[in-house]
Design a protein around this ligand. Sequence first.
Ligand SMILES: [Zn+2]
Ligand SMILES: [Zn+2]
Length: 361
Amino acid sequence: MYFPGTEELGADEMRVVSCGTGMPAARRGQAATCWLVQLGNGDNFVFDIGSGSAANLASLAIPYDSLDRLFLTHLHQDHVGDLIALWIGGWTGGRHRALHVWGPSGEKPELGTKHLVESMKSTYGWDYNSRLGVIPSAGGGLDVKEFDYRQENEIVYEENGVTIRSWPAIHAIDGCVSYSVEWNGLKFVFGGDTLPNKWYVKYAKGADLAIHECFMPPNLMMEKYGFSPQAALNVATRVHTVPAAFGDVMNRVRPRMAVAYHFFNDFDTRYPIEQGIRLVYDGPLTMATDLLAWNITKDDIRLREVIVDEAAWPTPSGKPPGEATPSDKVPFSDFITNGRLDVSETLDPLLKQFKKEHGLD
Ligand SMILES: [Zn+2]
Ligand SMILES: [Zn+2]
């Protein structure tokens, strides 16, 4: 078992944590897609931020300052639903700088990552404005770097010995990608959502950990979701990758460890899905669920459950907390200001005491 906050990552080591492995329909026990990659050089990278995943990410004893680099595979709700939670929640939880978001373009500008991020900022304008001048403004920054979804194994990030590349994925409509992270001779691959495709087989080669979606087969879609046979077939085979096809892909890639995700991992779904994979693929395999940790070195891949504090508080970054800029404050109207109740007789002595204790004027 891995207890966050109790173990230093080795200088040559990579740790991957599943923070969401489920489905678009919300489930208390299994969040939607999110993967954390931690490197021995101190870098952290977040891949997708599906609904419910921000709480898992927050339980890993990592300061929000170090969770400021997010890479999106595509813009489905189960991959971006907690973006607002990471952006605003991370800001109030102590992030001192902007959240940086990388993601693919779409076929049209309004279907791309830039549009999603910028329109989210405008949609949540009330929230953003309400915090200015109250807490330090810098953590409310949101920076988006959109790249061409058609690029094939091109670099989207290169810093501090880390190279992140993207290539196209085939899923729902144009505008989906897969990523690799290469560092220190180790390679992490995250396919996002995709049908089996030629790019993944080509560019995931040499992966130490290769994650690819593995969807429920059509019979389980009918049984668990109440789909008709045709609708089940559509979703399972024209949008997603069924277990045997996942096995086929991994049989071609032959990673050190294959990871199947994107199914509700229950006692009665896991084994039929695994059987489908094993029709074709006999290599190392993890059937992912939330809060598993893979520690990867050149010699070993160690898989453990992550035991988290259900009531974790934000982890301090060790930096001074910073100050709000009073001039950033959006003022109340006179109408609202005039509604304030005068409680100064009660409050003034308490404020005086607090200011005296903390050296404030
Ligand atoms: Zn999707
Ligand atoms: Zn998905």
